[in-house]
Design a protein around this ligand. Structure first.
Ligand SMILES: [Zn+2]
Length: 334
């Protein structure tokens, strides 16, 4: 206080302290300006505020590399799995007060233990995150999608030129080795709602699509009676024309068939760190990631039962392979 030449006058106790603070504040404002003070306060509030149980040393140990992090709470329950291209930055952001929403704040206060896996690149982090979220079902991950009842529309030719959609399980679809699959849905209702919307938008017949039963054989569908079906149900539109229009309408949902004869390795390399990781994938299923030939062989040998088919992994693998300039090694013939 001497440094700033503040006085308490003849006040004492709490009032004196308040008076001192007030004088100090006025001096700071005079010397540094209101703007600079406000900025300093903002910076102070941004500092990670750790839950008392978590050692700040742990945050300093975090590498600035891509990877996946796991937050554990009481009784070592898994709370959250996240990924980043910079683990240190992302994890620290969880505890930075200026970024906090209520949910984020609740999560960061519940954390008791932190664990992370480094990966060579972003694809490895995405694949691992997707797998851990499905396998471990962390409490705070909202994108929980059970892949067990995934389904897709399979177009089956019942007569020459006459194609009908049949709902099949995503797993049963042979992990997408067929060319005639359309859409990936989390359940039967989502699948039929989508087909119903396409039927309405393209004046397709709900009876032919299997969405409606005719009142009596030979009777038109309800949509035809209100002029929303072109009449394939009563022979006014040829079934092959109807099929062609249906296929055109569903084309935007068409799934990419697995384009390789067997398992492949997607090579991800960090030139700076001279590290390489091979993601072993078959039928859009991520079987595991390896950093050596022995590990690759191990993954291939233990293939059965590993890496279930799921929508997130399918989406990120198709997007990644479509980018081009991806290094791919064929690892097996089936
Ligand atoms: Zn109809």
């Amino acid at each position: 206080m001497v440094r700033h030449d503040l006085t308490t006058g003849d006040r004492c106790g709490a009032l004196a302290e308040a008076h001192l603070l007030w004088q100090f504040w006025c001096l700071l404002k005079r010397d540094h300006g209101e703007e600079a003070l406000a900025e300093a306060i903002r910076q102070q509030l941004k500092r990670p505020s750790l839950p008392p149980q978590l050692d700040s040393v742990v945050l300093d140990d975090l590498p600035e590399s891509p990877g996946v992090y796991l937050f554990y709470g009481d009784n070592d329950a898994l709370l959250y799995v996240g990924k980043s291209v910079n683990l240190r930055q992302r994890v620290r952001a969880h505890f930075a007060s200026d970024l906090r929403e209520y949910k984020e704040m609740r999560l960061s206060q519940e954390v008791r233990r932190l664990h992370w896996h480094e990966t060579v690149g972003e694809l490895g982090a995405l694949l691992l995150e997707s797998r851990l979220v499905k396998e471990c079902q962390p409490i705070h991950n909202r994108r929980l999608r059970r892949s067990s009842d995934l389904c897709t529309w399979h177009l089956v030719q019942v007569a020459p030129g006459d194609y009908r959609p049949r709902l099949v399980g995503g797993q049963a679809a042979g992990c997408l080795r067929s060319e005639d699959l359309f859409g990936l849905f989390t359940n039967r209702r989502e699948a039929t709602d989508t087909l119903r919307k396409e039927a309405a938008a393209h004046e397709l017949c709900p009876i032919i699509l299997g969405l409606e039963k005719p009142a009596r054989p030979g009777r038109p569908c309800f949509a035809h009676q209100v002029k929303q079906c072109r009449g394939a149900c009563v022979g006014k539109e040829a079934v092959d024309v109807h099929s062609a229009r249906m296929i055109a309408a569903l084309m935007k949902l068409k799934l990419t068939a697995w384009p390789y004869p067997g398992a492949i390795g997607i090579v991800e390399r960090d030139e700076l760190r001279e590290e390489e990781e091979v993601h072993v994938v078959n039928g859009w299923r991520h079987l595991g990631s390896a950093r050596s030939e022995a590990e690759i062989q191990g993954i291939l040998l233990g293939e059965s039962g590993q890496g279930r088919f799921d929508r997130d992994t399918y989406n990120l693998l198709t997007a990644h392979l479509a980018k081009g300039r991806v290094r791919v090694r064929l690892l097996s013939e089936r």
